[in-house]
Design a protein around this ligand. Sequence first.
Ligand code: FAD
Ligand code: FES
Length: 401
Amino acid sequence: MPPLNEITGWLLLGGSTLLLLSMALGQIWRHSREGRLHRQRLALLEEDLRRSRERRERESSLPAAWNGKRKFRVERKVLEGGDICSFYLTPHDGRIPLPNFQPGQFLTFDFDLKGRSEVRCYSLSDAWSETFYRVSIRRKPGGLISGHFHDQINVGDLLDVRAPSGDFYLDPRGTGGVVLSGSGVGVTPVLSMMKTLLAEHSRREIWFFYGVRNGEENIIRNELRAWASLGLPNVHLQVCHTKPGPGEEPGKDFDQVGRVTVDLFRKVLPSNNFDFFTCGPGPMMQDLREGLQSWGVPESRIHDEAFEQVVRRVAVESGTIEFKRSARTIAVGGTASSLLDLATKEGIRIPAGCRVGHCGTCQTALISGQIRYTKPPAFKVEDGCCLPCVCLPQGDVVIDA
Ligand SMILES: Cc1cc2nc3c(=O)[nH]c(=O)nc-3n(C[C@H](O)[C@H](O)[C@H](O)COP(=O)(O)OP(=O)(O)OC[C@H]3O[C@@H](n4cnc5c(N)ncnc54)[C@H](O)[C@@H]3O)c2cc1C
Ligand code: FES
């Protein structure tokens, strides 16, 4: 039998060899794992580059947007539920592909009803397609143009449409996380954003919030189901029902009871480090904006759009407005909501569409004097002009109306 110190020596040698071997194996395994991760990251990067190259090539081959009005034919009319109808529009001149648009932008429609011209804006509610644009319109009780769309506009009818525009949009080339939130028919622009991101296989962190009264008013049930079935780890869906219908179950038919609020964002989002895109009724947009600001979200990351003008009377400097074309002058002072409303009250008609500074329909020449905007206009106003729907006079002004 070998002496005890020889056995101990062999054991120590064997132990250290094993240790060295396992360290070497660990090192090899770590390197091969890092190599694999590195290769995966490289493959993803190459995939992103290929997609962005394809997107660039596709966009550069598309025609530019048209000027003025273009005739579109209603190809399909689909009643979605919740008193919302979608219209699929194809160009009457047959020229496709259609110009690209940024998801979140809207189309402007011109109507001549009983000799009166009416202009309305409707958000594009789908991702870009070569052959059609889609808008989804809620029937406003007693609403002139939404009612006209629902009751009078049918497959085969022609519509006068102005090119996609608007500054409430998401740049699909961006990289940071996004929160897309739409309530009621306000889901339309964020639906276009979501569909665009998914069509582009975006790897951005995406949170989609949808607020409706109940399942009956949920017009994107099929989309939500399809998105959920993709099981994408970067996509999170939150459906909020303010008044769940009988038999509707949390976790199955909806995720939250109540409206989409900043409290909900704070509860479910991992942080406030997102770009927030919200659309819904005017007062709700105001609440969300204030809530996001007090949560510390920088102004540059809050993007919102209200479909309706929030009528708010504010102090207006004393002075006069001369409506040159109508040969009328009025005195102003106290409070007012906009130059457009001041004109309308006097029976002076200034054509208007969105009434929120987006479409430019109300653009009027400012012949003399100063105005101030109550809301920064999204439309790029021409020199020497103003947008009466979102401005007020400062002292005496003369306008071409
Ligand atoms: C950028 C943008 C995108 C929109 N996208 C959609 C959409 O995707 N789906 C959808 O259903 N709706 C959308 N809307 C709302 C839509 O443009 C109409 O305001 C809505 O359909 C009501 O029009 P109406 O003719 O039926 O209503 P009416 O009440 O008949 O309009 C009647 C009168 O109100 C005036 N008026 C029109 N709009 C306003 C207003 N905003 N504020 C005050 N007075 C007004 C008109 O000049 C008219 O004299 C959007 C609005 C904007 C600004
Ligand atoms: S009506 Fe659209 S900008 Fe004034």
